[in-house]
Design a protein around this ligand. Structure first.
Ligand SMILES: [Zn+2]
Ligand SMILES: [Zn+2]
Length: 267
């Protein structure tokens, strides 16, 4: 059962997948559940990927996505935002930029799901982890996340430590790697997504973990909230825990995006 979020001033969920990509609900289903849960602002962020994959939306569906969301913006009581979760690929920055610039997004989440052709967060590909030295894998993954931030293509970096999803943990202390990553976030001016879906996965932790969130706070990196909902019942999942964690490390504000401009909102 999700606790009421009614005590907070303004709550948004910026990470939601509809049937346009791999989600199991349509926009209206999500809005209905969000309103019951006192979520004031709903950002849709279907997958968009340069590679043709089953879990991302078709490029040909972009115009109907824009139309649907514009219609909902005008006809819903809740505040609705046009977002996207876009895959980062090293070396394809110009192609990614061209797509992003052609769509009037409120915000763009940049996520690293791939190392070469391997989708690291897909349950069908878990056996791939056995082929790696996990310490080396973390280094490679965080390096790609850093490159995604440095590319300045995105407003938000999605689930920055999703490499921990299936519970494969590094043997060595990765504090320096995390510190370096937080520093890159700061210097790139990117926001970090506090993604609660990790709590439902084998790692049983919010993405990113508390240590990286604290480093981000210490460096002044702003944050947003996302549930990574793939079903309407996931919307706002564990936001009570995320907000407590944010407040514990010192955050008093989260970011709201409109047409890719930021505004800080007190939590
Ligand atoms: Zn993702
Ligand atoms: Zn997602």
């Amino acid at each position: 059962m999700i606790k009421s979020l009614g005590n907070n001033k303004w709550i948004m969920d910026y990470h939601i997948h509809t049937t346009l990509s791999d989600g199991k609900g349509n926009h209206k289903d999500y809005i209905k559940t969000a309103q019951k849960r006192k979520i004031d602002e709903i950002g849709f962020s279907d997958h968009l990927c340069l590679k043709k994959v089953s879990w991302a939306m078709e490029l040909s569906h972009i115009s109907s996505m824009i139309e649907t969301i514009n219609h909902l913006k005008e006809n819903s009581k809740a505040v609705i935002k046009l977002g996207i979760e876009m895959d980062y690929f090293l070396g394809y920055e110009d192609n990614i930029k061209e797509i992003i610039d052609s769509i009037p997004f409120d915000y763009v989440i940049g996520s690293v799901h791939f190392i070469n052709d391997w989708t690291v967060d897909h349950p069908d590909n878990i056996s791939e982890y056995d082929k790696w030295d996990i310490d080396e894998l973390y280094k490679v993954y965080f390096n790609l996340v850093q490159m995604a931030a440095k590319s300045k293509l995105f407003d938000i970096i999605g689930h920055p430590d999703v490499i921990k999803k299936f519970g494969f943990k590094p043997k060595r202390d990765i504090s320096i790697l995390l510190e370096e990553t937080a520093e890159v976030f700061k210097n790139s001016g990117i926001c970090v997504e506090i993604n609660t879906s990790g709590l439902t996965k084998p790692c049983k932790e919010i993405y990113p973990g508390k240590k990286l969130i604290k480093m981000c706070f210490d460096k002044g990196v702003p944050v947003i909230l996302g549930s990574d909902a793939h079903r309407p019942k996931d919307i706002g999942q564990y936001f009570d825990k995320a907000l407590k964690l944010l407040k514990d490390v010192g955050y008093t504000e989260i970011v709201q995006f409109t047409k890719r401009k930021r505004k800080f909102i007190r939590i």
